[in-house]
Design a protein around this ligand. Sequence first.
Ligand code: NAD
Length: 342
Amino acid sequence: MDKVLVTGGAGFIGSHFVRRILQADDIAQVTVLDALTYAGHIENLGEAFLNRKLTFVHGDVVDAELVDGLVRRHTAVVHFAAESHVDRSFSAVGTFLTTNVLGTQTLADAAMRHGIERFVHISTDEVYGPLIEGAASESDPLRPTVPYAASKAASDLVALSYHRTYGVPVCVTRSSNNYGPYQHPEKIIPLFVTRLLRDQPITLHDRGQHVRNWLHVEDNCAAIELVLRGGVPGEICNVGGGTDLTSRDLAGELLRICGADWDAVTHIPDRRCNDLRYAMDWTKIAQQLGYRPTHDLGTGLVETVDWYRRNPDRWAPLAHRPYALMPTVQVAAPRPERDRAC
Ligand code: NAD
């Protein structure tokens, strides 16, 4: 597993993972395959390019010929590339299915042909759908609500089917919400931070009652490396261990760190199918692979805000793309029966 192909390595989590894996002495080559969509930025890899082990390939994961040629020259694949923003998925279901499902199938197909030693497919807790109480374990049924989560659930099933059918050594990780530097300002933490840093208001859906588990991106990347090195093929590992917060409590923390007060907050109607709560049981990866998250949310948020404060050049240009900084995407008013179904 010394030659690693990382898809989506110019995105948020992928770029953190690339920096991490480049430091490993036993890794001889790291190739990033990334289409550089609105969410991918070559600058996210910045100084990583000083490391001669890193190569960047600009291309699409659904390009079967390109993918085949790349997979052939590697021993492991870590597959981050995806359309990742729930709000965008409401108006671009086809794009989400193409990248997330067909992209995964294209990679898995090549992995099968070239006898890849390990294929780590990166997924999300959103595939389990909302939970009123308790925590989802890896064997729980998939109940995705929104198109993004459905496309990820489908891609998980496709990836795992390549293990069962063809013996491709696929491992799946499902993590909770990541935060940290380099995240695109369409996602809630950088959205709030970049607005508060410019003295602009932030918006909370409904009463801000939605609960998410906030995991530092470096803890997730540590978990992914553990799975790359020691995960059992055909198995899924939940990756949690962050801090559960309602979006209202999250806003309160960020207001405090940014030196703003509640006057900066306005409430807007809830978005369609805004799952009330996600929660995952991650004892499996802790017991099997010794995973332990090490980042405390309070410190992690202070450091994250500090990064956005010190690097306006990294996110300010995105402010000129209105969609990227919109707090929510307005869609046609949902029919009541459809709302109930969520
Ligand atoms: P991101 O949107 O920041 O990055 C996605 C990357 O994939 C970008 O660099 C983009 O250019 C690239 N990409 C998109 N379409 C592509 C294509 N067709 N071909 C090649 N490259 C393409 O996403 P992220 O937040 O870093 O998430 C990475 C992975 O982790 C995704 O699979 C996502 O579903 C999963 N995940 C994310 C979170 C989170 O909190 N961010 C939580 C759980 C799981």
